[in-house]
Design a protein around this ligand. Structure first.
Ligand code: 6GU
Length: 226
């Protein structure tokens, strides 16, 4: 898979060189390009933003540099992802779908957003998805792009050390939250690991975990209850 990120803060994407995504990059499982939007701003000050038509607070990202940037880094069959709090919610099913794509391009906006014509024109040429991580506001799309990239890349065949740890996690096949987990020692600061987990009764353990998943989901995410 190839991933390109266009941003005015390329340093935000530095974590992609570390940890597991970094290894995936070294092994050639993913090819990553991080691009400074300002290289496509032609004026002396490399201006990428301007005041909004119609008035209002903040600045809007200008269309010309974005047009040049997307022309340069896209491919015919890529998906252009635009992280924005006004996007569609990004879910595990989206990560799974995107993990089957050949080329993802992230357009990270700052300020109050990107001129809508950039998105509209891009949508006439490529598949464009405006995505949100949830009902809160970040300063820009960079941190959201990092999160989406990690969610996608860890699903690529050969990325995870132990593929089984993917199937039983929260937002996996049954749509419930993950049950609580424990490891040694069996007692720590007077707190015991639930006895059933030490019993060796695999059927009872599975039933207990299912019950814990249901209770957690009902408490924390009633919207996910079956
Ligand atoms: Cl994708 N972008 C920004 N700027 N803020 C967000 C977000 C995305 N998702 C939640 N808040």
């Amino acid at each position: 898979m190839r991933i390109d990120v266009v941003t005015i803060f390329p340093d935000y994407l530095a974590p992609l060189d570390l940890s597991l995504p970094g290894k995936a990059r070294q092994s050639g499982l993913i090819e990553l390009g991080v691009h400074d939007l300002r290289q496509w701003a032609t004026d002396r000050h490399h201006t990428v933003d301007d005041t909004p038509y119609g008035g209002g607070a903040g600045m809007v990202m200008k269309p010309e540099p974005w047009g040049q940037a997307l022309d340069a880094v896209t491919s015919d069959d890529c998906v252009v992802l635009v992280p924005t709090p006004s996007g569609r919610p990004f879910r595990q099913a989206d990560a799974e779908r995107l993990s089957r794509e050949q080329h993802l391009v992230f357009a990270c906006g700052r300020y109050e957003g990107i001129d809508q014509r950039v998105i509209d024109e891009a949508a006439s040429r490529w598949r464009v998805e405006e995505v949100s991580l949830g009902d809160f506001v970040l300063n820009g799309g960079e941190v959201a792009a990092l999160a989406v990239i990690e969610a996608v890349v860890r699903l690529l065949p050969g990325f995870m050390g132990n593929p089984e740890s993917i199937v039983e996690e929260s937002h996996g096949t049954d749509g419930l939250l993950e049950y609580p987990v424990y490891t040694k020692p069996a007692t720590w600061r007077d707190r015991d690991v639930p006895e059933i987990l030490l019993s060796g009764h695999h059927g009872n353990i599975a039933a207990w975990r299912r019950q814990q998943s249901l209770e957690r989901t009902r408490e924390r995410r009633p919207d996910l209850m079956p």
